[in-house]
Design a protein around this ligand. Structure first.
Ligand code: SF4
Length: 512
């Protein structure tokens, strides 16, 4: 007897049964189940049914808490015991020299230069989906002392550099950078750039809030060399916006996007979030249609990270029951991806889409794309200095994070000390794994040599291969199209620190 499955719940149940019996994610077109059920029945599946069952099983298996890998080791696994500020500074000096080496061979601009991330933590109102480090206030008197502290901090770093820094990248993140007045941003950037050389291939960018980024903000930062801006859009639906406490009409996003383009910005990015409370497939479709209508060069499509256990994130404005389940989230992502691709966008690494003319796509093509605490960037620098509350610095060989409250940050800076509160010196093994994870995150493949064989990794990779997520050849691991939604899980196979010590408390958001 042959049965054709048409009912979704039967498919789901059958698959759970099949998966439990076989531990296989891939579903054959026809399955004879008498071995399992004691009945002589054959099930024939359509392509669509096979896709549904595969997705269900993949979600059940792989939707687990996991890092987003903007660093390796991830912050919860840093070893503070082996870290000190003098060590951090001496490693930073060494790294700075290495990143300047090419300049001596090829002239000044043969060198890669350094990146700066500047954290501007103030926001006027709390968005209840936000997991950033921020301080909610309507008092704009906080702007000036904060800028003074940032300039003092930068000066401390400058005094430790063996030569004049060449600035390749600056990113203003937050919080809300456009909380600050254009005059204060000008004062900050002029102070930062004073006595530095700006790299001719600089990439200066900032995060703008569509509700408070004015023409003057855009013009001031443009005059200072900024050519890229990303706007936090999240979702256009009113019910979703109410739940996340971020009312932001389409008109605001449209106006600010058009003003940025008219000012001369070469790249405008829209950040969307899927998996927010009350989101439906219909409103995800609408979000993408409205986004495409404004044609930003880049679209970041982030999976909502629900991490209410992290103190102070403010993710308490809705119930967990209001959140879409993992399977629906995957459907949101697939729908959004298909619509974006049909409109000419190309998927980059994880969470990102770019039009072919945008620098992000070009950097992927030329293999210059990089991923760090700022997310994806179109140029790789070995040294990234993080300034401001909670900012993280990276010298490739070590990480250092600043104090997480404004008060503690001021206390250190105003006493003439760096605000670094913790860090990690990478071991040789960390450096190798970091390279693999970076390759996977940026290029969806990594070279795989016999000497790289870390404990247990062969088995973990084999499972990923059996589930159709990766292809393994003699010297390479490549992420399959089906594996893109599970990139974090694929990187987790390399994360020896996570595997050696699973977290005993909730640390990471779910991977889907
Ligand atoms: S989402 Fe942005 S504006 Fe909203 S609270 Fe977080 S940092 Fe502030």
């Amino acid at each position: 007897m042959e049965a054709k499955l048409t009912d979704n719940s039967i498919i789901k149940e059958f698959f759970i049964f099949y998966y439990e019996k076989t531990c296989r994610i891939s579903v054959p077109r026809m399955i004879q189940v008498n071995a399992f059920l004691g009945k002589n029945r054959k099930f024939c599946f359509t392509d669509n049914e096979i896709r549904q069952m595969t997705d269900t099983a993949l979600i059940q298996k792989y939707n687990v808490p996991g890092p987003r890998y903007t660093s390796y080791p991830t912050v919860p696994y840093w070893e503070d015991a082996g870290f000190s500020i003098p060590q951090w500074i001496s490693g930073l000096r060494q790294s700075f020299k290495e990143s300047s080496r090419d300049a001596r061979l090829n002239g000044l601009f043969g060198q890669e230069g350094i990146s700066l991330y500047i954290h501007l933590p103030f926001c006027e109102s709390l968005c209840t989906f936000c997991a950033c480090n921020k301080r909610i206030t309507r008092q704009h008197s906080v702007e000036e002392p904060y800028i003074e502290a940032l300039l003092k901090e930068w000066d401390m770093y400058r005094r430790n550099f063996p030569e004049k820094p060449v600035i390749r990248e600056i990113h203003l993140g937050g919080g809300t950078p456009t909380f600050f007045s254009p005059a204060h941003l000008k004062k900050l950037l002029e102070g930062i750039l004073l006595g530095c050389t700006v790299h001719p291939e600089r990439e200066f960018s900032f995060e703008g809030h569509p509700n408070n980024t004015g023409r003057e903000h855009l013009q001031t930062l443009y005059n200072l060399g900024f050519r890229r801006v990303s706007f936090g859009v999240q979702d256009y639906n009113e019910k979703v916006q109410k739940a996340i406490h971020r009312i932001q009409p389409f008109e605001n996003v449209k106006n600010v996007t058009e003003t940025a383009v008219a000012t001369g910005y070469e790249s405008v990015s829209h950040d969307l979030v899927f998996g927010l409370p009350f989101q439906t497939l219909e409103n995800v479709r609408k979000n993408i249609a409205l986004t495409i209508a404004l044609k930003p060069g880049r679209v970041a499509l982030y999976s909502y990270a629900h991490v209410p256990w992290i103190k102070g994130v403010g993710q308490r404005g809705f119930d967990e029951d209001d959140l879409p389940p993992g399977e629906l989230k995957l459907q949101f992502y697939k729908t959004a991806k298909a619509l974006l691709e049909a409109a000419g966008y190309i998927e980059i690494g994880m969470d990102h889409f770019s039009l072919p003319e945008d620098r992000l796509y070009q950097s992927m093509r030329s293999k210059k794309i990089h991923r760090n605490f700022m997310g994806y960037t179109s140029s790789a620098t070995q040294v990234m200095i993080g300034l401001g509350v909670s900012a993280i610095s990276d010298s490739w060989y070590a990480f250092a994070q600043n104090e997480k409250t404004v008060e503690a940050y001021y206390e250190k800076i105003n006493s003439g000390a760096l605000a670094v509160v913790k860090g990690h010196i990478l071991t040789d093994e960390d450096l190798k794994i970091r390279r693999h994870i970076l390759n996977l995150m940026c290029f969806l493949e990594t070279g795989w040599m016999p000497e790289d064989r870390f404990p247990g990794i062969a088995e973990r990779l084999k499972t990923l291969e059996e589930d159709g997520l990766v292809t393994i050849t003699a010297n390479k691991i490549t992420v399959n199209p089906k594996g893109r939604s599970f990139l974090r899980n694929i990187c987790m196979a390399f994360d020896l620190r996570l595997i050696a010590k699973a977290p005993s408390t909730a640390l990471f958001s779910m991977t889907v």
